[in-house]
Design a protein around this ligand. Structure first.
Ligand code: GDP
Length: 364
């Protein structure tokens, strides 16, 4: 991430003084103003327009937006958490959005529980185009008043994007969305990042493609609570069943999970709907089991603790990289490292000492 970008994507937690709680937020004038209380009340009443506007604040890089976003999240926090959070990954083309659309429609079919679909797509920053977000996705699900579909925040580091999605997830929960699906794609660390914010992790895979082709690294298999071999329909049915057996065998050799859950593999088809109910039954079974053995709550606690440390790291990095004295000194030191005149350790220590000097109270 370059310095310019880091400076313009300060996380809410890194903000200077907070405005008072009763601040009236002047969003874009066109859309009028809402007070903090109006945002919070709107969210708690499940008002989708207000929820969407609050998420826009969460994703904004304007300081005033972030300040109110942080307060909204804080006010909503006591009302969040009553949900099952499911992470969904798989290579492009595996059928993630198709499965999510069918699964989402299945989940809202009895009109009891609402579903929110969020996404983390770090590729939008790397390539300038997004793997998950650019296509028109999940049309029928998006059209339902029981579903809320939000594409990935598009700018910032993976850490910054993840932080925004975590806050969005809390707002959705406060708005009464009890089933949260977080989609990601196998790019860099995004799977681990999503795994760290959900209760259950689903890998969507395909028959016929080699493991390397599918990016089905051992690491991703290790994260999965369930591997769903999609496109198990038509001529592909038998191959999908074979792939399921292979995946089940591969899962069998992984170390036992701390949750006590034994990961499974099944086949499904977003085209025919086969296996979708079984897939969700598996999620429910997992939730029931881990709630009774205490893992469900413990894992969430561990996650929130980890988020805190991540925010600290991200804030420190942003401040460090954005500081004019560091920017100035870094270029010179980098040059010396490249020319082999000093070691990278020495350069790093020099920069850190410079930063320690300028960040001491009264020294800036
Ligand atoms: P994503 O990139 O992982 O989100 O994959 P998509 O959901 O966009 O699906 C990629 C392609 O596979 C699309 O052309 C879908 O119509 C197709 N597809 C998805 N699920 C199935 C399925 O269960 N069976 C078949 N035959 N095609 C599917």
């Amino acid at each position: 991430m370059n310095v310019k970008e880091s400076a313009s994507h300060v996380l809410p937690g890194c903000l200077p003084p907070e405005p008072p709680l009763e601040t009236v937020h002047r969003a874009s004038g066109r859309r009028g103003t809402l007070s903090l209380q109006q945002y919070v009340d709107g969210i708690l009443h499940g008002d989708r327009t207000i929820l969407a506007r609050a998420i826009t604040l969460v994703e904004s890089s304007r300081e005033t937006d972030r300040a109110i976003a942080e307060q909204i999240v804080e006010e909503c926090l006591p009302h969040s958490g009553n949900s099952i959070r499911v992470g969904i990954t798989g290579v492009p083309g595996a059928g993630k959005s198709s499965v999510i659309e069918v699964l989402g429609n299945y989940l809202i079919s009895d009109r009891v529980k609402k579903v929110a679909v969020l996404a983390i797509d770090p590729s939008s920053k790397v390539s300038g185009g997004s793997i998950l977000g650019d296509k028109t996705r999940m049309n029928s699900l998006s059209a339902s008043d029981m579903a809320f579909v939000r594409p990935s925040p598009s700018r910032g580091t993976l850490g910054g994007v993840a932080q925004r999605t975590r806050e969005t997830m809390l707002l959705c929960e406060a708005a009464g969305y009890e089933n949260i699906l977080v989609e990601t794609v196998g790019v860099g660390q995004s799977e681990t990042t999503v795994h760290d914010m959900v209760d259950f992790f689903l890998l969507i895979s395909l028959a016929g493609a080699g493991d390397e082709l599918q990016g089905m690294k051992r690491g991703v298999m290790e994260l999965a609570d369930l591997v769903a071999i999609n496109k198990a329909d038509g001529a592909n049915t038998r191959a999908a069943e074979k792939a399921r057996t292979e995946a089940q065998n591969a899962l069998h050799y992984l170390p036992a999970a701390l949750s006590g859950w034994t990961p499974r593999a099944l086949t499904c088809s977003a085209q025919t709907g086969k296996g979708i109910a079984e897939l969700w039954n598996c999620v429910i079974e997992y939730a029931v089991m881990t709630k009774s053995n205490g893992w469900f709550a413990l894992a969430r606690q561990n996650q929130t603790q980890k988020w805190m440390h991540e925010i600290i790291r991200e804030c420190l990095r942003q401040r460090f990289e954005a500081h004019p004295a560091i920017k100035q000194r870094k270029d010179a030191l980098e040059k010396e490292v490249l020319e082999g005149r000093i070691t990278s350790f020495r350069a790093a220590r020099d920069l850190l000492q410079t930063y320690a000097g300028i960040s001491e109270p009264g020294s800036t």
